[in-house]
Design a protein around this ligand. Structure first.
Ligand code: XBP
Ligand code: MG
Length: 260
């Protein structure tokens, strides 16, 4: 059994509810700024989350819009312009305080840092969005918290492909069983599992009811101990998930995998 040496964090949905209240809102502002009549409501954006990557999501949605350019090259150019504008709006929203980190995240990160458990980020979002979010919430030296940061532009194939996790493992110089991933979505969890990284699922708003095939633990958020499988004992329900909990789940993973 390998000791837990590193925690690999997903970003969107896991560190913060960025999708519904950040990226979605920013995409709509970008549509408006470019004079397009398209808008993504909460439900439609949820459907589009099966497509990872903002530009890829835009291209998928253009398939149903009569106003979208007919030529693929023109669609790609429009998706690039929209995405760039969206990321500017996203940064403005974050700076304006629209997005907070999910409760329990910073405390768990601090425990990892204090106790020598290394950390990495493995995300399909763009580096500029990660930087905007974490500079506001972790400060100017946010990147120093992580030994490895792998973002959307670093990979050829986004989640659920394992590439982002394989790059994170290579950067950490660790095998998958020395780590665990914290993810909020089925697509993200599938990427980690495809790299053989054990997964702890902290459900985000879009995936409260989703089915996850193979996690070592699954629960409604890191902020409290109620509702987790395996059941968490030994502290009050309103206390957060701790590094000791992660270490226990990791140590027991052979006997407790296959939760749904
Ligand atoms: C989430 C994503 C991203 C974001 C938008 O990634 O799929 O595409 O929705 O970011 P994760 P971009 O859960 O892996 O953090 O517009 O920069 O792609
Ligand atoms: Mg996510």
């Amino acid at each position: 059994m390998s000791r837990l040496a590193a925690v690999v964090w997903d970003v969107d949905g896991t560190l913060a509810e960025t999708e519904r209240d950040g990226h979605r809102v920013a995409f709509n502002l970008a549509f408006e700024a470019l004079g397009l009549p398209w808008r993504w409501d909460v439900a439609r954006y949820g459907e589009l989350l099966t497509v990872t990557g903002g530009r890829e999501r835009l291209l998928r949605d253009m398939g149903i819009h009569a106003e979208a350019p007919a030529l693929l090259s023109e669609r790609e150019a429009l998706a690039r312009r929209l995405h760039e504008r969206k990321n500017q709006f996203y940064a403005e929203l974050v700076h304006g305080g629209a997005i907070t980190l999910r409760p329990g995240v910073v405390g768990l990160m601090a425990q990892c840092a204090d106790r020598g458990v290394r950390m990495a980020l493995a995300t399909t979002t763009s580096r500029t969005n990660v930087a905007a979010l974490l500079r506001v919430h972790l400060g100017a030296r946010w990147a120093a918290w992580f030994d490895v940061i792998v973002c959307g532009e670093d990979v050829c194939h986004k989640k659920p492909d394992p590439e982002v996790y394989l790059q994170a493992l290579a950067g950490l110089r660790l095998g998958p069983l020395q780590t665990l991933a914290i993810e909020d979505s089925p697509v993200g969890a599938a990427a980690a599992r495809a790299a053989e990284v054990p997964v702890v699922v902290t459900r985000s708003v879009y995936f409260e009811q989703a089915t996850f095939d193979d996690s070592i633990a699954i629960g409604p958020g890191l902020h409290d101990r109620a509702g987790w499988r395996p059941v968490l004992h030994g502290a009050r329900d309103d206390e957060p998930v701790s590094l000791d909990d992660l270490t226990d789940w990791h140590a027991q993973m052979d006997s407790v995998s296959q939760f749904s």
